[in-house]
Design a protein around this ligand. Sequence first.
Ligand code: GDP
Ligand code: MN
Length: 387
Amino acid sequence: MKIHEYQAKRIFERYGIPIPKGQVATTPGEAWRIAKELGEPVAVKAQVLAGGRGKAGGVRIARDADEAEQLAKSILGMEIGGLSVKRVLVDEAVDIAREIYLGLVIDRGARRVVMMASGEGGIEIEEIARRWPEKIITQPIDPFIGLRDYQIRATAKGIGLSAEHLSAFSTTAQGLYNAFVDSDASLAEINPLVVTADNKLIALDAKMVLDDNALFRHRYLADMRDVDEENPAERAARVEGLSYVKLDGEVGCMVNGAGLAMATMDMTRLYGGSPANFLDIGGGARAEKVKAALRIILSDPNVKSVLFNIFGGITRCDEVARGIVEALRELETGSQPMPTVPMVARLVGTNEAEARQILAEANLITATTLAEAAEKAVKAARGELVV
Ligand code: GDP
Ligand code: MN
């Protein structure tokens, strides 16, 4: 789960990371009042869960409260990365001498949190990595020992930070690491961390991504979810308890089990197609859940065929088949009709004979092996397989 800059800044503040004073506004009038309170000038910043707000014109500096009101008016309602801006953060403006990048991510290969820093801040880390890979200093952190002073010193030196900033940099880096670990984050980033004209260190931007699977133990963080900015299909999947990730292909996949889902996606590629999604309906899925999953898959306009690959163990194939048929009937006759696309089903295991009968009555394309199913689904997506 991503959280907004203003929310991440609140967390950072609790961990002693210096941030500009500021408040969130939802109307231009509120922005004016906040600017008056803070003292002028101020930065007016779009709060959307997308990067590159600066480039999109969503981060502007206002000389005074009247200009802040004007800027808020133009930024509120703006579209950035396909999302409409509903709030702006009004922060006291900062005189920048230098922009630095500081971030923490999980390196799964190393099985550690890694601190990354670069003297080239203010632009995206991906671009820094492309242009100056040698300028990124990385420090893998031992989970039992934590971030050590020597690692902080080496990082500060590596990005060319002078000794006078070492203590402030150390506070910020330790704070960021503690915030990351305590929140079960998967990413925490300050970009830019700036050296101000009067030689102070301050976090001008804040970004955090939290691990959804750990949110149950952080009520306070879970409440930060902005449902307005979730992808509607991914939100529906979350509510239904389905693991769903939207992808760019044309073959919608409904599978029980994450490993089987991965194999199904690989097989789709092998036959020259590309998966439209990852979807694991989980073990023991009943008809209701299958219906919800199919609705989610078909809500993606790129989907040209659907591939069901179900291994019946605890999950009963006949239950799934009934779910598919019921879902199709509902989708055809329901209040929000869905586009119908060819569907290929491969259901094996518990009650597979009953399942086959149910599917045959509903005119679905069936297959016995995964290879056959994938090949048929890819062909069906291209319109090469006539039902
Ligand atoms: P992003 O583009 O979404 O990453 O948004 P940022 O919060 O990082 O802002 C983009 C850029 O705007 C920063 O890299 C700064 O150069 C600039 N910026 C943001 N706040 C201020 C400010 O208070 N003063 C000045 N001078 N520049 C700012
Ligand atoms: Mn930024």
